[in-house]
Design a protein around this ligand. Sequence first.
Ligand code: TYM
Length: 346
Amino acid sequence: MSDTAAPRHPMRVFSGVQPSGGLTLGNYLGALRRFVEMQDRGVDSLFCLVDLHAITVWQDPAKLRHATRELAAGFLAAGIDPARSILFNQSQVAAHAELAWIFNCVARMGWLNRMTQFKDKAGKNRENASVGLFAYPALMAADILAYHATHVPVGEDQKQHLELTRDIAIKFNHDYGVDFFPVVEPVIEGVATRVMSLRDGTRKMSKSDASDMSRINLTDDADTIAQKFRKARTDPEPLPETPAGLEGRAEARNLVNIYAALSDTSTEAVLAEFAGQGFGAFKPKLADLAVATLAPLSAEMTRLMADPAEIDRLLGDGADRADALAQPVMAQVCEIVGMIRSRPAR
Ligand code: TYM
C-alpha cells in the first residue's frame, strides 16, 4: 500500500459496507478482515454502515434497522474496536448527504452513465431505477472526502467507484481553483479481493444472489457451511503444484484463494500443501477451516445482538466523533463554493 497519494493530507482510512442483507464470506475476507488489519497497524480509520446507500433500492424499514445493527455487530465481532476506530452509520452524520448534493453538481451524467454497477443493478428497467441508485457513486465520494480520507480498502468490485471519487476530487479542485480534496488511493490487496460464487466461478459472491448455496453467510451454522462447500462447483482434476495450473479453473482457484485468505497464507503455500489431492479431500479441510474462523464470530454477533441499545449507543458515539471531523470540512466546502453559513456552529 503506498501512502504517497496525498502527502499534503495525513493518512486516513475510510470504508463502508451496505446494511442490505447479511454479511458474506466475501465481505469478511475482502473488506472487514482488512479493515481490522489497518486499525491494528495504528492507521486513523473510519468505518461506516452506509444506510443511505442501502435505500437506493427498496428496504423494508424494520429489516434495515435490524441489518444495520447486525452489521455493526459483525464489525465488532471481526475485531473493530470502537475506542480505536470510528464506527457509525451514515445517516447520523448530515455531511454525507450535504456533500453528496454538491458532488451531484460536480459529477457529469456521462461519468455516472459508465458505472457498471448501476447498469448491473438497474438491469433492463433503467427508467424505473431510483435517482439515488444513479447518483450512488457521488454519495460514496462524499463519504470518503467529507473526512479528507486518503486510503480506501475495498474489494475489486468497488474499483470503478473509487476512480470516480478521484475524478470528482480533481474536478472540484480544478473548478474552484483550490487544492482541497485529496485524490484517494484505492487499497485492493490480498488473495480475497474478489471471492466468487460457490455455484459459478465467474460471478462474485454476493448477498443479493438468488441462491443461498452460492455464498457463505457469517451467520451460517457449521453444518450449513460444510454442506455449501461440499456442494460447491469444482472440476474433477487434482489440485496443481503452482498457481499457473489454476488457469481456466475459476472454481478451483476460488476455493484455493478462500483457503489461503482464511489461513492467512498465499495461494502458493496452499498448493504446496494440497498439490495432487482432489476436491474430495480438500473440501472438508476448507469447511473445517471456515467453521473454525466463522463460528466464534457468529457466536459473538449473537451475543452483541442481545443488547441492541448498546449497539445504538456505540453508533451514536461514533457518529458524534465522525461529525466533529466532517463539520470543519463542510464549513470550508461552503466557503469555497460561495454559500453563506451565518448560523452559529452547532
Ligand atoms: P458492499 O456493501 O457491496 O460491500 C462491502 C465491501 O465488501 C467487498 N466485497 C467483496 N470483496 C471480495 N469478494 C466479494 N465477493 C465481495 N463482495 C463484497 C466490497 O468490495 C466492499 O469493499 N459501495 C460500497 C459501500 C460504500 C463504500 C463507501 C465503500 C459506500 N460508501 C465509501 C468504500 C468507501 C458497497 O456497496 O459495498
